[in-house]
Design a protein around this ligand. Structure first.
Ligand code: BTN
Length: 244
């Protein structure tokens, strides 16, 4: 049901902001999508911004009510959404991976970002806004984002955005259904299979020090599990460790 209602907008500050404002005055069906041609202040995680040239990429937000999902399972929601985007991209290109927690990469470049904003009351999710920015037809990126890439950069082809959004919503819907039915082990397995740099020794930064480590997987609470050269196995929450 993701995308059974698609609201097309010309210009907004951010589709996540727009959806949140709509929810203040309207009841919206689960799976409603707000997609914008132009975002004037597209938001990334933390304080970052999201660059997207008008009309060239997919920038949209989905309204979800995963009431059946315990809040302790929040990272499974992140897995389901990341896998939905990765499944979709894998139809067009090889080398797709998920950089923990939920950046979508092709080889060493970021093609899509996900911003999940939750509202919780009485120990349950009351609503979730899933914002997705997927670079499709943009060829030149000017922001200081470290390593952006688009599908067109990779394949040389130009894509029709409206059809892509429909197909992407179908892929997201498949994974969201697994989440809602409690098929967490499938999500865990598939996420682990395409985790960026899993099993590869590389450098990470923790506060002011750099260490060499190898990603082993994800812990139940969503922490990234890294083995160090000293043989320790450590778990890191988001922002506690940076990829170098
Ligand atoms: C990130 O990787 O930092 C997350 C980027 C999320 C960007 C999308 S674009 C649609 C939605 N609206 C926003 O303002 N941000 C998300």
């Amino acid at each position: 049901m993701i995308g059974s209602t698609i609201v097309r907008l010309d210009s907004v500050d951010s589709t996540n902001n727009y959806a949140a404002k709509e929810l203040l005055t309207k009841s919206l069906k689960e799976g409603t999508v707000f997609v914008a041609e132009c975002q004037q202040s597209g938001r990334g995680t933390g304080l970052s911004t999201w660059e997207s040239t008008d009309g060239l990429n997919l920038t949209f937000s989905i309204v979800l009510y995963p009431k059946q999902v315990a809040i302790s399972r929040q990272f499974s929601l992140s897995k389901a959404i990341s896998l939905g985007v990765a499944d979709f991209l894998a139809k067009y290109i090889g080398g797709v991976s998920i950089k923990w927690p939920n950046d979508i990469y092709v080889d060493n470049k970021k093609i899509a970002g996900i911003l999940i904003e939750t509202a919780i009351s009485g120990g349950k999710f009351t609503r979730v806004l899933v914002g997705i920015g997927l670079n499709i037809n943009q060829e030149i990126f000017i922001s200081d984002a470290p390593n952006p890439v688009s599908l067109k950069n990779l394949t040389g082809e130009t894509y029709e955005l409206s059809q892509m959004l429909t197909d992407l919503c179908a892929c997201l819907g498949n994974r969201y259904r697994s989440l809602i039915s409690g098929d967490y082990s499938i999500l865990e397995h598939d996420y682990g299979e395409i985790l960026y740099l899993k099993g590869i020794w590389t450098n990470y930064r923790e506060q002011n020090s750099v260490f060499e480590g190898k990603i082993l997987g994800i812990e139940g609470d969503g922490r990234l599990q890294i083995e160090t050269r000293k043989g320790e196995v450590r778990g890191f929450y988001f922002k506690e460790v940076a990829f170098l």
